[in-house]
Design a protein around this ligand. Sequence first.
Ligand code: ATP
Length: 338
Amino acid sequence: MIEAHDLTRRYGDFTAVSGISFSVQEGEILGMLGPNGAGKTTTIRMITGFLPPTSGQVTVDGKDLFESPREARRQLGYLPENVSLYPEMRVDEYLAYRARLEGLSRGEARSAIPLAVERCLLGDVRHQIIGTLSKGFRQRVGLATAILHNPRVLVLDEPTVGLDPKQIISIRELIRELGRQHTLLLSTHILPEVELLCDRVVIIDKGHIVAEGTPQSLRERWTGNPALRVILKDAPAGAAEALAALPGVLRVKDGGPDGSWTLECEPGSDPREEVFRTAASAGWVLLELARQRGATLEDIFVRLTTADTADTAAASEGAHPPGPPAATPADATEEVVS
Ligand code: ATP
């Protein structure tokens, strides 16, 4: 639905977005994730036709945004980071005004406005002055405005920023609902939002794409092989070698001052039972046996957006990443068997 090709935006000597290419497939929810200043808003404003790129191309539903802006933008609904509404207007007056701006006929507006009000759950406040609405409801008005002309794609820039936790939950529900009928691109720096809402994610840092894939595929790619953490009382002589020889175990690494060992295992294997039986038959006291948790999206995000861009540029889908994140205190054990 959206193809962005080699988009670059410079502000004077500063390059805010540098040669970004990505696509949003019909029906998917794509999350654009990045720390503050990464270039998300700049990218989104270029994609929605509000900011000309220094170079590059955008097509929406096959229409070039710069050669056929009217046709391309007809398919786009946009919720900017800071929605500017007219606070003195009532909700329904404002939607009628925006419908006229979108070029909807009176007849089209008569059906589009109640539908947008219903989909964004604005029925109870439709006659209320916008300035008296809570931020969550103002965001709903922004979303209703974005869907008035029934675009195929919705582009939402940080849709939950500044909302309280209850409002965040209800706006996320609304976004999920809108995602059933529209292709969706949303930018955020909130990781759970991506996990909860998005089919695929593009991670941006310093104007570059540093990783791309489904949350699941990113976790798999950055987690490396599965691992077990084992502690045997008094670290018996020969135990590390015996554990390394078990089926499914690739190698045994010294885990540090707590006397633990990390057993790196073959993908798909789980030799916990063999470890337990080996320890029991040798008379070793097994103090701990646990699977190590893989990398979370947060681990990956922190690693990618604090490393050198050059180091991470190859981390997108299909490319080989530089390696799994180093173990951190967050690498908590998942379950203890014994
Ligand atoms: P945030 O999450 O904080 O909104 P972002 O990822 O959306 O960040 P952008 O707003 O796209 O980031 O900004 C990217 C970089 O471009 C930042 O360093 C920002 O200061 C810079 N920038 C944005 N707009 C301008 C401008 N008009 N002139 C100069 N620099 C700008």
